[in-house]
Design a protein around this ligand. Structure first.
Ligand SMILES: [Fe+2]
Length: 333
């Protein structure tokens, strides 16, 4: 057994729910080797994953993780199948640092990335997302996280009809992809990179396979509309019956804005009807109230169950290097 000195301290502004805290924190004391830390993770991998599901997020602080390679090694000990960025339909521009690890989003510091479940606006999404702080920003740059099950519960109390509509009708998302990567946008990934193709014919074929509708528009851009995707997800029996607001509604409504995209056209119900503005604004406000800002310190690692917790990015100044890794791809249905 690995011999690490690890405690589970309470942290400032940590949230408490009936059977969980948010986020759950492991603090490592002393100066173990990365190998020891890897053994510690491997020995309790099932427990750590169960904690990620129960609490939504697990923060590891003080562990010997200093580089992208260390982070890769640390999370590899969880033995989860990697979900490579190249295979994802994410619309963020990212740069790989190791096979498993990439920059979280290349969007400029003044761009606010609103709360979302990773890739819930596509039919293929990861069960887990992991972050590593290589360098905290000078100011700002926290990663807000939000318990989506709690959000849904509160929203259902305030807007029962809206939640019923979300459940019954699902959601469709529309976005415009540029013909080459646009690093000035939080959603600037080119259609070639997003779809893993080089020609328009191949793009059309890939869209058809995925059930998308596509339209070529000015500037060589592609406007793509997803098939109907669920807005609410039932999460496994292990922790009791839970439903989460597993979608991209908040980010699409508040944030899908760049030179090509207009948030008012980004999202509708599965039957094409518009979303009720007041209800959407209430969802956004509730999510803000429920957010916990991960106050990054160099070397921090966070493990999120993407089916339970949303994440985003606050604006910042200075250089901020937060890396990410995705694991365990699921397909809709
Ligand atoms: Fe994300």
């Amino acid at each position: 057994m690995s011999n690490l000195s690890v405690t589970c301290p309470a942290v400032d502004r940590q949230q408490t729910f009936s059977d969980s805290v948010f986020p759950f924190v492991y603090f490592c004391d002393g100066s173990p080797s990365l190998e020891d830390a890897r053994s510690w993770v491997a020995e309790r991998r099932e427990q750590l994953l169960a904690e990620a599901t129960q609490h939504g997020a697990v923060l590891f602080r003080g562990f010997p993780v200093n580089t992208a390679e260390d982070f890769d090694g640390f999370i590899s000990a969880l033995e989860l199948p990697n979900f490579p960025y190249q295979q994802s339909l994410s619309n963020a521009v990212r740069v790989n640092r190791t096979e498993r690890v990439f920059t979280a989003n290349e969007a400029p510091p003044e761009v606010n990335i609103f709360l979302h479940h990773e890739m819930a606006q596509t039919p293929i999404f990861p069960h887990y997302i992991m972050f590593f702080c290589e360098q905290p920003a000078e100011t700002g740059g926290a990663t807000p996280i939000c318990r989506s099950d709690v959000l849904l519960e509160r929203l259902a109390e305030q807007q029962p009809q809206f939640v019923a509509d979300c459940l019954a009708k699902g959601l469709r998302y529309t976005n415009v992809m540029p013909s080459s990567n646009d690093p000035q946008s939080g959603m600037g990934r080119s259609w070639q990179s997003t779809l893993g193709v080089t020609t328009r014919e191949a793009a059309e074929q890939r869209l058809a396979e995925l059930g998308y509708q596509g339209e070529w528009i000015e500037g060589g851009c592609l406007r793509a509309t997803t098939p109907v995707l669920p807005a609410i997800r039932e999460v496994g029996e292990a922790t009791g019956e839970r439903r989460t607001f597993f979608n991209q509604l908040i980010a699409a409504f508040k944030g899908w804005r760049d030179t090509r995209n207009d948030p008012s056209k980004a999202i509708c119900h599965g039957d094409g009807t518009p979303l009720e503005r007041v209800a959407v604004e209430q969802a956004c406000d509730l999510a803000d109230e429920l957010s916990f800002d991960v106050p990054w310190q160099r070397g921090d690692v966070a493990l999120l169950d993407n089916f339970i917790a949303m994440h985003g990015r606050r604006t910042f100044s200075g250089t901020r290097k937060v890396l990410a890794s995705l694991a365990d791809a699921h397909r809709v249905g």
